[in-house]
Design a protein around this ligand. Structure first.
Ligand code: HEM
Ligand code: HEM
Length: 132
């Protein structure tokens, strides 16, 4: 059955909501999101705009994702949790093609964020924000 455009955008809205439901339940992401996101609904709409641009070719999102994450305090391992939750939310709400595309973009951004935010290697061999 052909999907209407509305259904295709509704899938993205569902994906973002599922992502936040599961993130708030995640032991690593939950406390970060709880501390930082005080007004969830406008946040969800902004993130949905971001994904609609990349999956549907719109130009809705106005922002700078890297700058937003620069201000956050979290350990590099949080990316593993983030990607795991994102993959599950994308796979459970998007078509297989869209899910694969979104997951590819998310991995690219997580990798870029990680080298940008944790450019050094600490004595323990973990990515670090500061030089040894
Ligand atoms: C924090 C830094 C970065 C962010 C937030 C970022 C974000 C993005 C986003 C959102 C896309 C669009 C994907 C799509 O709609 O299909 C993209 C594509 C791309 N980026 Fe980055 N990027 C970053 C750093 C980099 C760096 C350092 C390189 C190269 C060394 C790079 C190379 C590319 C390439 C080649 C594409 C197009 C191919 C693709 O879609 O996979 N990016 N990036
Ligand atoms: C360790 C992993 C991550 C954590 C803990 C995290 C956490 C957060 C938090 C707390 C916010 C809200 C900040 C605020 O409103 O002030 C946010 C915004 C956002 N995040 Fe992440 N994030 C992570 C990785 C990623 C990745 C890999 C992507 C790639 C798609 C991403 C995409 C976004 C977008 C699009 C926004 C909205 C930015 C805006 O408001 O303009 N995040 N993130």
């Amino acid at each position: 059955m052909m999907q209407t455009d509305t259904q295709r955008v509704a899938e993205i809205d569902r994906m973002v909501r599922l992502f936040y439901e599961r993130s708030f339940d995640d032991p690593v992401l939950g406390p970060i999101f709880f501390d930082e996101i005080h007004d969830l609904e406008p946040h969800i709409l902004r993130v949905a705009d971001f994904w609609t641009d990349h999956l549907r070719g719109t130009k809705k999102y106005k922002g700078n994702t890297y700058a937003v994450h620069m201000k956050l305090k979290f350990e590099p391992e949080a990316f593993d949790n983030w990607l795991k939750v994102f993959e599950s939310a994308a796979s459970d709400s998007l078509s297989p093609d869209d899910a694969a595309k979104a997951i590819r973009i998310a991995h690219h951004m997580a990798g870029s964020f990680k080298v940008g935010l944790f450019p050094f290697t600490g004595k323990d061999g973990r990515p670090s924000r500061v030089p040894d």
